[in-house]
Structure formats: C-alpha cells, structure tokens
Design a protein around this ligand. Sequence first.
Ligand code: SAH
Ligand code: SF4
Ligand code: F3S
Length: 474
Amino acid sequence: MSEPRKLYVRSFGCQMNVYDAQRMTDTLAKEGYVETDTPDDADLVILNTCHIREKAAEKVYSELGRLRKGQEESGRRSMIAVTGCVAQAEGAEIVKRARAVDLVIGPQSYHKLPELIAQAEARGSNRRAGIVETEFPVEDKFDFLPPPTRAAIAKRGPTAFVTVQEGCDKFCTFCVVPYTRGAEVSRPLSKILDEVIRLADGGVREITLIGQNVNAYHGPDATGQPVGLPELVRRIAEVPGIARVRYTTSHPRDMDEELIAAHRDMPALMPYLHLPVQSGSNRILAAMNRKHDRELFFEIVAKVRAARPDIAFSSDFIVGFPGETDEDFADTMDLVEKVGFASAFSFKYSSRPGTPAAGLGEQVPEDVKSQRIYALQALLDRQKAAFDAACRGRRFDILLEKVGRFPGQLIGRSPYLQSVVVEAPAEAIGTLASVIVRDVSTKSLSGEILGGEFFATEAGMETRIRGQSEKVEA
Ligand code: SAH
Ligand code: SF4
Ligand code: F3S
C-alpha cells in the first residue's frame, strides 16, 4: 500500500473555522489523508483564514511567507490551499500576491475539496496558476461533507462544536461577516440531530451550537416548519449521552422570551452566555447599525438573570469606532461596570474594505484607541478576576476533558468554561465530576473531586446516570 498523504490544517478566527477545519479533515480522511502537526512533512497545507480585522487577515501572508521559506530550505513542495474568510473576501488577489498558493476555496465550497485538489494535481508543473473557487453554490455543502469517523470523534475529546446556522443578515457597519459568509442560513433540525447522535455515540458529552447569529436559528423540522433555537436545544439535550449544551454567538436582538425561558427550564443549557454588545454608547450603537440600544441590553441581562440566577455573561467590545468620543467610551465603561462580565473579548476598531464604516470620516487616532482598550481591558480583567475568585468554595460539575500538565492531573471545564485542574485518573475523561473549587489563579481553577459519574458517590449524593447527570433533581 502506498504511504498515506499528510495533511496539515491551521485555523485562525472563530469557532466556525474550527468546525470547518474538522469537516475538511473528515472529507480528506476519506481520500486517504492523515493529519500531521507540522507543515514540514505535509503533502497538503490548508490555511483556514479569518478576515475580521486587518491583523487577522494579514496573518495569512506572513504564514505563506514562512511556508515558502521552509519549502525553499527543504526542497520539498507541498500543495497549499487557502480557505476561510480571507479566501472568500480576497479570492484571486491571494494567488496574485502569493504565487505558492495552489487553491483558494471559500467557506461554502469545502465539499469540493477532493475535486479541486485533483484539478490542481492534474495541472502538474503548471500548477502555480492557482485555482480559485469562491462561488456560493446552490447545493448545501453539509449534504456532501462526510461525517467524522468514531476514531476522529474520540480523538477530538468530549466536547464538540456543531454549526447550525451560517452567515449573517444583520450588517453591522464594521463587519465583514455578511460578505464573507453570506446570508443567514439555518440547517435542518433532523440533520443537526443526526450529527449530534453520531457525536454522542463517539463519546461527546457537550455540544456547542455555533453560528454567526446562532440565536436567529430557524431551521426546518420534518414538516418544513421553522424551529427556533430553544426547541433545537431541547431536542439536543434529549440525545442520550449529551449532558451539556451551549450556543454561541448570539445577537441581543434575537434574545427572545422563549430563549430566555429556556435558560430557566433546561438544566443542560449551561449558565454562561456570550452576548456581544460592542459599545455602551447609544450614538455609537446606532452608527454601528447594531439594531439595539444599551437599555435593551440591560433589559435582556436582567431578564436572563431572573430566569437563571447563576448565569454569567461574556461579551465582545470594539473601541475606537469612527466618531467615538471620550463620552461614548465612558458609556462603554459604564455599561461594563453595570453589567459585570465573567470574561470578554475587546478589540480596537479595524477598518475593513467594503464595509460601510470604512468610509466614515472621523477615524479615531491609533493612540486614542490604544488608551481606551487599555482602560477597558483593565476593567474587564478585574471583573474576570473577581468572578473567578468568587468561585473559590463553590461546588460545580466539571466535564473532565483531557490530561493535565502533571501526572495524575486532569483538566475539565466548569459551567462557565473555566479550566479546572483536578487529580483524577485518565479513565475519567469524558465524565462529569462534582468538584469543589479550592484555588484560583489567573489561568485556571483547581479543585477537589467529591463524586461524579466515574467516582464512587459520596453518601447522600444522587446517583448519576450517564447522560442524565444534569437532569437529576438536586
Ligand atoms: N457574530 C458575532 C461576532 C462576529 S465577529 C456577533 O455578531 O457578535 C467577533 C467579534 O469581532 C465581534 O463581536 C466584534 O467585537 C469584533 N469585530 C468584528 N468586526 C470588527 C472590526 N472591523 N474591528 C474590530 N473588531 C471587530
Ligand atoms: Fe458581524 Fe454584526 Fe453579523 Fe455579528 S451581527 S456577524 S458583528 S454583522
Ligand atoms: Fe473570522 Fe470569518 Fe469567523 S472573518 S471571525 S473566520 S466568520
């Protein structure tokens, strides 16, 4: 038998790209490719790119430069594909700027990978003229992307992402996503359930439903009727083996009453919500076309907290949007003070070609953006530290995910996605443990196991049944 071909995939950007990279790997596994963790011995290198900010988009070119240098030194030529949002946004520009690129494939065409690779190979010595595929095809790529094997699922561990919705119709004025990922499309309920059943069968315990606007999910059921995210979450939580469900990323506008009630009624839905707000200034929110003001955000936070008192929030912020004054920025700081976040991402505004905000006159100077992000991140870091510190002495269920740095240690995740280090045998990976948090550091928590699915239950503790642990009445 011939040697299997080796594939190296590097993903940048959001969780959609992480998921897509897995589906591309699954597609190519069927073609005989095995994964390698270095580009040096790869026959095919895929750079799965992100276009969200200028720095992210430029990374692909520095990465391509490094690849070219490595190849010159070793004399080994691998095929190079650029996928993801830079591929979609820049298309043929990429092969002009980086001649070593053989393939440029947009996010809606990943099912065509084998065919496109074959085309590139057929070009032989002439293959330097790269192939560009960035159409939005009529067929649904998900119907053609092969599912992962059991071995691939097991290797990826007990948590999995599942894309349920792609694209975005919101058109925030700073954002490239509506252009790189196209219009909002929801996958059918039955297809998502099939995928979750398969993942659960391979040992997955926690599903994170992902989409650029996941709470706008409205996929058809068997009768063609649209189903919302709350129903989707409910159906997934019923799949045997699945103990936890999360969803990300949400838009405040689509946090409707039913979804808020789901946080009250479904224990499997983790009490942690990523809800990007971007700014605390109503003037800036309007200029961003966010379709919500700060008051609506406060109202949603209050309602979700009333429904699920132990919920914690994370968010995304942009500082230095065109026209942002000191006063606008003070409103953002004020919103952060009022809400209190367990974690957050904050970014300096980056002007993106083709977006409405790029054309706005009053761009904020770089040094002002730097001062603002410094102040905002200091505040958010303090809030995160306070949230983590308050977890000391709390008892949570931890999903044990992987081995730790030292022998005998495992790392799991709390309901709030904090890493928690515990002492436990490797056989306990993939089970839920009830843990009391003893220590808190900047990177992780550590705790002591009191019981759980794998461990002898302590007196009085409920017997945990695999897959039903979150549903047992406390
Ligand atoms: N769909 C998600 C987020 C998509 S991008 C949502 O609607 O919230 C992730 C984050 O990147 C955004 O929430 C925003 O904070 C940031 N971002 C997007 N475009 C940006 C830009 N042009 N400059 C700086 N940050 C940006
Ligand atoms: Fe971008 Fe706004 Fe859509 Fe989020 S909601 S993906 S920020 S356009
Ligand atoms: Fe980046 Fe595309 Fe995700 S631009 S953030 S990889 S949707």
